[in-house]
Ligand binder design. Sequence first.
Ligand code: CP
Length: 310
Amino acid sequence: MSALEIKHLFGLRGVSKSDISTILDTASEFRQVLERPVKKVPSLRGLTVVNLFFENSTRTRTSFELAEKRLSADTVNFSSSASSVKKGESLLDTLQNIEAMKIDLVVVRHQGTGVPRFLAKNSKAIIVNAGDGANEHPTQALLDMLTIQQHLGSLKNKRVTIIGDIRHSRVARSNLWGLTTMGAKVTLCSPSTLTPRNTQFFEGAFWETNLRKAVTDADVVMSLRLQKERMEDSLLPSMREYRNYFGITGELLEHANPSALIMHPGPINRGVELDSEMADSKHSVILEQVTNGVAVRMAVLFLLSGGRHG
Ligand code: CP
């Protein structure tokens, strides 16, 4: 049924260049729809999408919900805090009960790595990963790639530096797989306590511990949120120390390409990961990332449910 090689979107690791290009091209078209006075198309009329969120979210959840409404789908929101999960219901029972209501697509965010694959094995619905633990957040990376492409024309040979809590970051993983598949050069830079133990898993990445060297000549400087909720121990001496060594400042940006883009998946800790002046500067495309998120999610839902591009 899917118009892509993939049947579900679990992550970007192993997804082909052709599928990523199709998603980005389709998202560019939906981006134009979002500029129209009537921002709605009938592409998913008659289909029902459940947004199954077991973790907090502002951007991703709102963005998926808007994308579904823009495509004229029927949507249902599920949040674990207001559900029978609180009464001890298992994930599988929750899924089977929701599926019994005849749904077509499930968008899932869960703290457990691999939950989207587990749901796909136990359901007939099309599954879209909205973030699984520290594993992947594919639609975030796709919206990041769309934003870079819009500004820099192409992803091939672009130098993207991703800075911060790489160890716990699903955004870093999905961006690494997606960007390298599209020909970009990705440098990862993190404090030693926030560097993953298995760096060999991150094939294709360049690692750099010196922040200044990491951003030198970068076309994109992407700062990550500190994932405090995933830190088992105290991995940083203080937020001030982190800002001093790994925060994005005006002085640091002078080493990057003069037209470098500043990106952040949100939510931002201003004055820690990113100085406020940087978040609001002419280099920042952070709010464009959010706008592109709706178009990318429209494209993913549309293509996975059989819609053809072009
Ligand atoms: N970027 C992102 O995933 O943000 P939320 O946690 O608000 O969804």
